[in-house]
Design a protein around this ligand. Structure first.
Ligand SMILES: CC(C)[C@H](C(=O)O)[C@@H](O)C(=O)O
Ligand code: SF4
Length: 469
């Protein structure tokens, strides 16, 4: 047998049909659904009298539009558009018999946090969702990617997806990370190096000692941003940490089924002499705490750097940099640590898990955020919130001056009441810093939870390694 990558193995195990031109029909194991990209798909089913092929493998949860304030049950806190989308998901989930976590359910949260938490995401699976950050689930060694609304309808109706195979790319992070450096810094540094198009046409497998050393939470953070690097999906081979995380979750297999699954999961790694179409290697010790200065996730620099000059770039990037510096209200050559912020957002499917909250709490414990700062922590799910309360993290956040919210996408994108006002500048643990992403004319700097917490204390972008104890 010819050697295969992890991606090849999962792909081959799911091809239901291959056409002469290489287009394949892939079997889909899990279909995650949220309120933004599904209403038309369900409408399509209704109009043609079709049903959902595997409602037992289809999981729905509202996340993008839901307010995160304690009064969110009161519909007046939602815009009409948001209310209509969430109401449609309610109706569709019930009518088509899906697994559903409504706003009132403690398990509700961001779809990419709920899926793994409930044991829906497991190694070796194909996982899709009408959402680009489906890549998150690749942390389990599952082939997970975003799909468009017409594909959502196709998967609902048939439990299959038409796909062409991508190429194989290996991103290896060797050795150990330095203190203060996290999974977020890895994934941002990779994008800084490859650019937002570096992964186009590829499925990335992240490997190497620094990746192995990450917790499942950290691995999810890394895979979450594979899409910002242009890749179709990101993957990490499952290991004992993965199996340990999955074991005992509500929808993970049990008993003999668990043993059978483990038999397959243990074969899920790239063979030694597998073929890679592209390889990138970064030394773990070379990675510094990273922040973005511009309006694309590739506008990444170590926190010790300065805002670049547009003339540092070439080609079309000169104008892009000029525009980004202007939009962001920065001065060429200023130290990143001189950038003052007024808002801090800790949350999202990139960094809204318990480990992220622990990292923020470790920085904030016994301290107060800078006066006048608006700061919020939004757990990625109701269960993350409950756990953080149990561990005493919520009290640390509240004592420090943070708002402690209910679960949702929140300020990651401006689809709900949590938004930046024009000109406001945010230290954010989310994954996109596009113009207007967090609110019209809002300015976003992406970073890790520890770095965002440090920024909340000082009121400016701060090197976590320099923060006074
Ligand atoms: C709204 C949704 C379709 C979108 C996505 O696909 O990623 C959102 O989650 C985002 O992060 O921009
Ligand atoms: S948290 Fe942000 S990135 Fe994640 S699904 Fe929601 S909007 Fe998209």
């Amino acid at each position: 047998m010819s050697p295969k990558t992890l991606y090849d193995k999962i792909w081959d195990a799911h091809v239901a049909h291959e056409a002469d031109d290489g287009t394949c029909l892939l079997y889909i194991d899990r279909h995650l659904v949220h309120e933004v990209t599904s209403p038309q798909a369900f409408e399509g089913l209704r109009m043609t009298g079709r049903t959902v092929r595997r409602p037992d493998q289809t999981i729905a949860v509202p996340d993008h539009n839901v307010p995160t304030t304690l009064d969110r049950a009161n519909a007046a806190t939602m815009t009409e558009d948001s209310r209509v989308q969430v109401a449609a998901l309610d109706t569709n989930a019930k009518e088509f018999g899906l697994h559903y976590y409504p706003v009132s359910d403690v398990r509700q949260g961001i779809v990419h946090i709920v899926g793994p938490e409930q044991g829906w995401t497991l190694p070796g699976m194909t996982v899709v969702c009408g959402d680009s950050h489906t890549a998150t689930h690749g942390a389990f060694g599952s082939l997970a990617h975003g799909i468009g609304t017409s594909e959502v309808e196709h998967v609902l109706a048939t439990q299959t997806l038409i796909q062409k195979k991508s190429k194989n790319m290996k991103v290896e992070i060797t050795g150990k990370l330095a203190p203060g450096v996290t999974a977020k810094d890895i994934t941002m540094t990779v994008i800084g190096e490859t650019g937002t198009a570096g992964g186009t046409g590829y499925v990335i497998e992240y490997c190497g000692e620094a990746i192995r050393d990450l917790s499942m939470e950290g691995r999810m953070t890394v895979c979450n941003m594979a899409i910002e690097g242009g890749a179709r999906a990101g993957l990490i081979a499952p290991d004992d940490k993965t199996f340990e995380y999955c074991k005992g979750r509500p929808h993970a297999p049990k008993g003999a089924q668990w043993e059978a699954a483990m038999g397959w999961w243990k074969t899920l790694y790239s063979d030694d002499d597998a073929h890679w179409d592209k390889v990138i290697t970064i030394k773990g010790e070379d990675i510094a705490p990273a922040v973005t200065w511009g309006t694309s996730p590739e506008d990444v620099l170590p926190i010790t750097a300065k805002v670049p000059a547009a003339s540092d770039f070439t080609g079309g990037k000169v104008d892009a940099a000029k525009r980004a510096i202007e939009y962001m209200g920065l001065t060429e050559g200023m130290a990143l640590t001189d950038i003052e912020i007024d808002t801090v957002f800790i949350g999202s499917c990139t960094n809204g898990r318990i480990e992220d909250l622990r990292a923020a709490a470790a920085v904030l414990k016994g301290k107060k955020i800078k006066e006048g700062m608006r700061a919020m922590i939004v757990p990625g799910s109701g269960l993350v919130r409950a756990q953080a309360e149990e561990e005493g993290l919520a009290d640390i956040f509240k004592d420090a001056g943070f708002e402690w919210r209910l679960a949702g996408c929140s300020m990651c994108l401006a689809m709900n009441p949590d938004q930046l006002a024009p000109g406001e500048r945010c230290a954010s643990t989310s994954n996109r810093n596009f113009e207007g992403r967090q609110g019209f004319k809002g300015r976003t700097h992406l970073m890790s939870p520890a770095m965002a917490a440090a920024a909340a204390l000082t009121g400016r972008l701060t090197d976590i390694r320099q923060l006074d104890a």
